[in-house]
Design a protein around this ligand. Structure first.
Ligand code: DAH
Length: 343
């Protein structure tokens, strides 16, 4: 008779000390102590063999057992559900690893790197200048007269403390820094961020990016400029791309031109991107004005050179057919993850 009590007490100990560590062991616990064929069922059955005077005591022990099993099960289950189980989960060492999603580069970086790559192949070296510029480098040395509209408060962010300093409005300022500090031959590209006091829209932003090019040596000609631009256009937009120069004006180049490329989207048949003209503009260029060389203490009789400036957003928009400039600055992951470095 005592055996029956001993058996029940040892099951109670087993319930108290058992510590399932995963779902499978939990299920085994449930089957053993709470299922339809549980050990508790057998113990309840054993009650019949006990004399009447001990039945009450045994009944109470059985209730304790049942409650212990149920409480333990509920506690463990709650622990697993909230992940706060004190039980140590044994990891499944055979499970496959988690995927680490690959990031993508920002489309502007992809295009900037491509431009750098193209020009590096013909000997251009990357250099950078400051984004906070002084009047000399951003305007005066670039032959921009005092009354030029670009100096207007409308276009330029001047520093409030000192109006002689501003956020650079173009990367052309870096040309001056290089010509002042190094002797030709100079063959550089200057990628970087520029700022203009513009109302933000699908076509304009107060901050954007340019790549400036500069080549100074003896005997650099307009033909060299055209050939360099043709090489760039074909590497960037495809071997069949043609270029077109339209006469233009910039204070720091003479002669100056706007450069167009043949529309690679419609093959010059006419589309919305080229506004049915067959050509799209990608930047400005020209021969460095002798006055600019003199400002940098380079002898215009000895040296000549060309310069160009292109908008990275503009090229990226053409390349990927993006129609709203603001997308570049919003960092919406749904937009960004569409780009791979395969331009
Ligand atoms: N700095 C000009 C701009 O921001 C672009 C440019 C035009 C740069 C002609 C040049 C150049 O170097 O030769 O609109």
């Amino acid at each position: 008779m005592q055996e029956i009590f001993d058996k029940a007490n040892s099951v109670l100990e087993e319930i108290k000390s058992s510590a399932p560590v995963n779902a499978e062991e939990m299920e085994q616990f449930r089957i053993k102590f709470l299922g339809t064929k549980s050990v508790l069922k057998d113990l309840f059955g054993a009650m019949a063999q006990l004399p009447v005077e001990r039945k009450k005591e045994y009944g109470q022990l059985m209730n304790t057992l049942k409650a212990a099993a149920e409480t333990k099960f509920e506690e463990l289950k709650a622990g697993f559900d909230t992940g706060k189980s004190s039980a140590k989960e044994i990891p499944d060492l055979t499970a496959p690893g988690y995927d680490i999603p690959l990031g993508t580069r920002h489309p502007l970086s992809i295009v900037k790197n491509k431009i750098i790559d193209i020009f590096s192949r013909i000997g251009f070296v990357v250099a950078e200048g400051p984004e906070i510029e002084d009047d000399w480098h951003n305007f005066t040395a670039l032959n921009t007269p005092q009354d030029h509209p670009a100096r207007d408060m409308q276009d330029t962010f001047f520093l409030t403390e000192d109006k002689n300093y501003m956020l650079r409005t173009h990367t052309s300022s870096v040309q001056i820094r290089k010509m002042e500090s190094e002797k030709p031959p100079l063959r550089y590209i200057f990628p970087g961020r520029v700022y203009r006091n513009e109302t933000i829209s699908a076509r304009a932003h107060c901050t954007f990016h340019q790549v400036e090019g500069l080549y100074i040596d003896d005997n650099v000609s307009f033909a060299d400029l055209k050939q360099t631009m043709l090489y760039f256009a074909q590497e960037m937009f495809g071997r069949n791309t043609e270029i077109r120069f339209r006469p233009s004006f910039f204070p720091f180049t003479e002669p100056s031109a706007e450069m167009d490329i043949s529309c690679f989207i419609c093959n010059q048949k006419g589309c919305a991107v080229c506004k049915h003209s067959g050509w799209v503009e990608i930047g400005g260029c020209g021969m460095v004005d002798p006055a600019v060389l003199e400002n940098c203490k380079l002898d215009p009789k000895k040296y000549s050179g060309f310069a160009f400036g292109m908008g990275i957003e503009r090229i990226t928009m053409l390349k990927y057919q993006i129609n709203d400039l603001r997308l570049f600055f919003e960092n919406d992951i749904r937009f960004l993850k569409q780009f791979t470095s395969a331009v």
